[in-house]
Design a protein around this ligand. Structure first.
Ligand code: MRU
Length: 350
């Protein structure tokens, strides 16, 4: 068996930091070629960085937004309530699909009493707590999810649900890390994840840093890989899990889930309860982000497109709950999730 790194040394890259009174974001658009942090000193810059994909991945978006709220509070310390609301609305509109964004904004706002003298300190403390809790939840979910894997085997992941997409360690990649450290997995198949290439640029980079064997495939090669290799698990993160257990995640997740089940594999969704949204009844009600068609043209080397060609670029899809075998959260595992089991999980009645 190859030498395995210690769990404590894995997934240590930091997508988001608070340092010297500002929010620092690792510019993920430049990875893996360059590791540069952008220093953001105001809430509007944090909102723009989220829209522009400097930071991405539902939990990391939530953490960045939490620090953004702290900055908004600092900008309006004179008591400008209307100004604060404008800033919070701007942050909330940065990306529509990840439920962690609005969840984090509400949580930091609720912790901050408008009449309080040290509102900024309170907001910052709450943002830091969200950040620290996220890392702790990932470690818990990593162990829980790894326990479902009878190895050694190879698993499949999609997009990037790693340290880069969270406060640290990762959700789906947290499971991969724990499963690798305990010898349950031998390696990972990762799809490119067009058009932003989160799979090839980010997941492969993270796994290579941790010396976890990873094989990269173009997205359209996945069906053939499933047919030949029969990997037992597809392990992904989520941007939003709805009340009935439907899962919004990176475009292409649904196809992979169908493929996994067609070839005898199972589907594991790893997401903290901050990604579960009972106010969205089902997948049809999730606002799916559509980004510019230029992103698709750019990746095919045709930056300005071809006249007369319309482009549709939805960046998330819905995997129905009926295709999900296990939903792993920090509060426990929900097998074959449905509305009843999810509401029981959230109310602590399992
Ligand atoms: O567009 P992105 O890169 O923000 O999409 C990210 C994903 O789809 C992730 O799988 C999801 O946010 C879970 S991250 C732990």
């Amino acid at each position: 068996m190859s030498k395995r790194k210690d769990l404590a040394n894995m997934g240590s890259v930091q997508a988001v930091r608070w340092q010297d009174d500002a929010c620092l974001l690792l510019d993920q658009r430049r990875l893996p070629q360059q590791e540069t942090y952008l220093r953001l000193e105001d809430s509007a810059s944090v909102a723009r960085a989220i829209s522009d994909m400097v930071v991405r991945g539902a939990p990391a978006i939530g953490i960045a937004a939490a620090y953004g709220v702290a900055l908004a509070v600092r900008e309006t310390e004179s008591g400008d309530r209307a100004g604060l609301q404008v800033r919070l609305d701007f942050l909330a509109a940065a990306r529509p699909t990840a439920s962690n964004l609005v969840w984090a904004i509400r949580r930091v706002s609720a912790a901050t009493d408008p009449g309080e003298r040290h509102r900024f300190d309170t907001a910052l403390a709450e943002a830091r707590a969200i950040h620290a809790e996220d890392i702790a939840m990932n470690l818990t979910m990593g162990e829980l999810g790894a326990g479902l894997i009878d190895g050694p085997c190879s698993v499949v992941t999609h997009c990037n649900a790693g340290a880069l997409a969270t406060g640290g360690f990762g959700t789906a990649l947290g499971v991969v890390r724990c499963a690798w450290a305990s010898g349950r997995i031998q390696g990972v198949f990762a799809g490119e994840t067009r058009p932003w290439q989160q799979g090839s640029r980010l997941t492969c980079w993270e796994l290579a840093r941790d010396e976890i064997p990873v094989t990269l495939l173009v997205d359209s090669a996945m069906a053939q890989m499933f047919r030949q290799q029969h990997p037992p698990w597809l392990i992904v993160g989520a941007d939003r899990v709805t009340a009935n257990g439907d899962v919004a995640n990176k475009i292409g997740t649904y196809s992979l889930a169908v493929l996994a089940r067609q070839h005898g594999g199972r589907v594991m969704v790893v997401a903290p309860t901050s990604t579960l949204d009972l106010s969205t009844p089902d997948g049809d009600s999730v606002p799916i982000e559509h980004r510019s068609g230029d992103e698709i043209w750019a990746i095919s080397g045709q930056p300005s497109g071809i006249n007369g060609v319309a482009v549709d670029n939805p960046v998330f899809d819905i995997t129905p709950a009926s295709c999900v075998d296990a939903l792993v959260t920090e509060k426990g595992i929900v097998q074959a999730p449905d509305s009843k089991k999810i509401s029981a999980l959230l109310s602590g009645g399992r």
